[in-house]
Design a protein around this ligand. Structure first.
Ligand SMILES: [Zn+2]
Length: 251
């Protein structure tokens, strides 16, 4: 069993063949955690968890969403569906798309609301951080919160010290072609790693649509980088994800 801790199967890229994509993952024992963002993504993601046994949900909002009504409505939806989800996210900071200082401060204020929500609901946080790793890790430290860092964009040293602070580092499927991701995978111990596809993005084959079953290739590549068996990567990443999300298997 492998766990894809971060995918977006609710996106329109999967409208034509979503059943087949989920079935391909299921056939290979891949469990999918779908990240539903904003009111539309949250509703669609909740539908997916009803429909498919191997799909679970984390709910959040993109950090580049500044509309207060949309943020309020998303938080309300998350509260209302507390029992149907396993985490909050992705939420966080994006400095790649947001350059303006004032807006970056607003991102931090919005992020804070989701940190508090995760504490209130006792759900773990899945973090989106783009070019903002330093501020992000500082905030998590101040909040004494351990999180899953989706698609970690920092360097190997940052990744290793984040892992030492108790965070999980998630390695996406484009590991195959990314020197940065390979050095992160090498630097972080197996007991702090989890795997994701970020489908439909970050495909192992550039310019193609990614899908959860591709996570097997990521596990193979990590085994190669670390010089361990595939089974060891499978066991460790699955155990890490289960421990983090706490209730990943339906009764
Ligand atoms: Zn994502």
């Amino acid at each position: 069993m492998l766990i894809d801790v971060h995918a977006h199967l609710d996106y329109p890229q999967f409208d034509a063949d979503r059943d087949a994509v989920v079935e391909r993952a299921n056939a290979e024992g891949v469990i999918i955690i779908n990240s539903g963002l904003g009111t539309t993504g949250i509703r669609k993601t909740l539908e997916l968890t009803e429909k498919y046994d191997n799909v679970y949900a984390t709910l959040g909002i993109t950090p580049t969403e500044f509309g207060e009504k949309e943020i309020d409505a998303s938080i309300e939806l998350i509260r209302d569906n507390r029992e149907k989800i396993i985490g909050i996210g992705e939420v966080g900071l994006d400095y790649y798309w947001v350059k303006d200082e004032e807006k970056r401060r607003q991102e931090a204020v919005n992020f804070q609301r989701f940190i508090e929500l995760s504490q209130e609901l006792h759900l773990p946080l899945v973090i989106h951080s783009r070019d903002a790793e330093e501020d992000l890790l500082k905030i998590l430290k101040e909040e004494n919160t351990r999180a899953l860092l989706h698609c970690f964009g920092g360097d190997a040293n940052q990744a290793a010290s984040a892992a030492a602070e108790g965070h999980l580092i998630s390695i996406p499927a484009n590991l195959q072609n990314s020197k940065q991701k390979q050095s992160v995978a090498k630097a972080v111990p197996l007991d702090s790693l989890v795997l994701e596809t970020d489908s439909p993005y970050l495909s192992p084959v550039p310019k193609t649509r990614n899908e959860p079953v591709n996570i097997k290739q990521t596990a193979k590549k990590i085994a190669e980088i670390k010089g361990v068996d595939y089974a060891a990567v499978e066991a460790a990443t699955t155990k890490n994800a289960k421990r983090f999300f706490n209730k990943i298997l339906r009764p």
